[in-house]
Design a protein around this ligand. Structure first.
Ligand code: BV8
Length: 237
């Protein structure tokens, strides 16, 4: 049953949506699985870590600079647009959490997005934590505008082994969710892969939208098998 049918102003359910790389796949953003978790023969888990950044800044900067530049070549797809429409229609009742670091949810019209793994279009000073919007190449010559130090600017990205962002907020919405929908995520990365269990504990209806069976499929009551660009609009419109 489309989630719209569950909305009536008196009992508007609280919907929590978790998206992963699969929602951006039809926009042309490669998923991590597409590359079998590899990039230029490096395992992504080896590039996307603080240790890798300490070992070889140029390599890590290149990894993110290429992905940041590629954002200019992609557009949001009907799945991003449909979720933004749902958020507009039910203000305050739809929490969108993404593991993705692209800006396609925002360009699809979403105003409030919880980027639990950070954002490609932001940079952070590793010395004073100042965060700036940043759409260009990052390198070690960049000076921090807040503490004036040079060589400390890093991608504003949560690497493996680092604490995801806004986890308290995420925890509190999961404790009171009525409908939990996961779109285009393989369920390999924690803590995101465990959110469905928290939602189930809260008594939520759980729906997985994916092209494949995933590592967390067994935890979901409902499965919409197919492409997000088709299945998400049908579910939420
Ligand atoms: C944490 C930013 C503690 C980077 C990312 C050993 C040492 C240290 C940590 C660990 C360890 N073992 C385990 C861990 C925990 C670790 C982890 O889970 N590792 C994995 C590899 C086992 N997690 C962490 O380190 C996290 N931090 O645990 O801190 C903590 C926890 C809680 C509270 C306090 C402290 C931090 C993890 C964040 C890593 N950063 N992103 C970057 O992007 O460069 S994760 C990165 O990979 C993505 O953000 C994404 O989350 C993940 C890839 O997952 P997916 O999004 O699911 O993408 P994937 O390609 O895998 O799947 C795509 C899916 O879409 C598929 O199912 C496919 O079928 C589907 N699909 C494809 N096309 C479509 C589609 N579906 C629908 N339509 C389509 N068209």
């Amino acid at each position: 049953m489309p989630v719209q049918n569950q909305f009536s102003m008196s009992t508007a359910p609280h919907i929590v949506i978790l998206t992963g790389a699969g929602i951006s796949a039809e926009s042309g953003v490669p998923t991590f699985r597409d590359a079998n978790g590899l990039w230029e023969n490096h395992r992504i888990e080896e590039v996307a870590t603080l240790e890798a950044f300490g070992r070889n800044r140029a390599l890590v900067h290149r990894f993110y600079n290429l992905r940041r530049a590629a954002l200019a070549t992609v557009e949001p797809n009907p799945a991003h647009v449909a979720l933004a429409k749902l958020q507009r229609e039910y203000p305050g009742r739809v929490t969108l959490i993404t593991q993705n670091v692209d800006d396609l949810h925002e360009r699809g019209g979403s105003r409030e997005v919880i980027h639990m793994h950070g954002e490609l279009l932001k940079a952070r000073c590793a010395h004073c934590d100042d965060v700036i919007s940043w759409g260009l190449d990052l390198n070690e010559t960049l000076q921090c505008g807040a503490c004036r130090r040079t060589g400390w600017m890093r991608p504003h990205i949560v690497w493996f082994g680092e604490v995801p962002m806004r986890m308290e907020e995420i925890q509190s919405v999961l404790n009171e969710v009525d409908i939990f929908i996961a779109v285009g995520t393989s369920g390999h990365v924690y803590p995101a892969a465990g959110f469905v269990q928290v939602a189930k504990f809260a008594g939520a209806r759980t729906i997985e939208v994916n092209m494949d069976v995933t590592a967390m499929s067994d935890a979901f009551q409902e499965h919409l098998v197919g492409k997000a660009g088709k299945k998400v609009p049908a579910l939420v419109e």
